[in-house]
Ligand binder design. Structure first.
Ligand code: ADP
Length: 195
């Protein structure tokens, strides 16, 4: 049983750790970006609505994302829990999800923040951009994306810290090292993995 949220800057290894963590606890890894892209691909009404914002690089409106995310974390497939990725992303989404969870006995156990120094994030993203030939991964745009991330995330961290479920962990080192740091923190809260 694990209901967790992962928060990490671009380049901090959120996808990798999210997938591993979900497998370790036998719960689905739920990424709102993936869910939204699936709706866009299927041309659902929600997908058509969301696409306008996504194409502009803007956040999709809170009510739409909350509807989507809550539908998934409340579904039978998430009965044993979930690892959320990309939601909540705004304070309004966090408050909504919190109110929803409170009345249904589905409160989050842990919000895991992976801390990686900005110099290392920039180095990783510049390298990634070089390999992929992505022109938007220049050092300036990367620094800007990181600043946006910090501004977006701080209110969420404050919200979860006040509810004593925030774990800020060192996100540097090997994939295994980071994974065991996360697991140790959760086990310390009585959240045991499978096996
Ligand atoms: P990125 O980290 O680059 O934003 P994601 O895959 O997490 O990539 O999300 C892709 C897009 O989906 C975002 O740019 C945004 O438009 C939308 N999106 C995903 N999650 C949320 C959310 N919680 N609230 C609002 N919009 C979201």
């Amino acid at each position: 049983m694990l209901r967790a949220l992962l928060l990490a800057a671009p380049g901090a290894g959120k996808g990798t750790q999210g997938t591993r963590l979900a497998a370790r606890y036998g719960v689905p890894h739920l990424a709102t970006g993936d869910m939204l892209r699936a709706h866009v691909a299927d041309q659902t009404e929600l997908g058509r609505e969301a696409q306008v914002y996504m194409d502009r690089g803007e956040l999709v409106p809170d009510d739409l994302v909350v509807r989507l995310a809550v539908g998934r974390i409340g579904a039978p497939g998430a009965a044993a829990g979930f690892v959320l990725d990309g939601f909540p992303r705004t304070l309004a989404q966090a408050v909504n999800a919190y109110e929803w969870a409170k009345t249904r006995d589905r409160m989050f156990h842990a919000v895991i923040v992976l801390d990686v120094p900005e110099t290392e994030l920039v180095a990783r993203l510049v390298e990634r951009g070089r390999i992929a030939g992505r022109s938007d991964d220049t050092e300036d745009t990367i620094r800007n994306r990181l600043a946006v991330y910090r501004a977006e995330t701080q209110p969420l961290m404050d919200f979860y810290d006040a509810r004593q479920i925030l774990f800020a962990l060192d996100g540097t080192g090997t994939i295994d090292e980071v994974a065991s740091r996360i697991e140790d923190a959760l086990v310390g809260r009585g959240l045991a993995p499978l096996g």
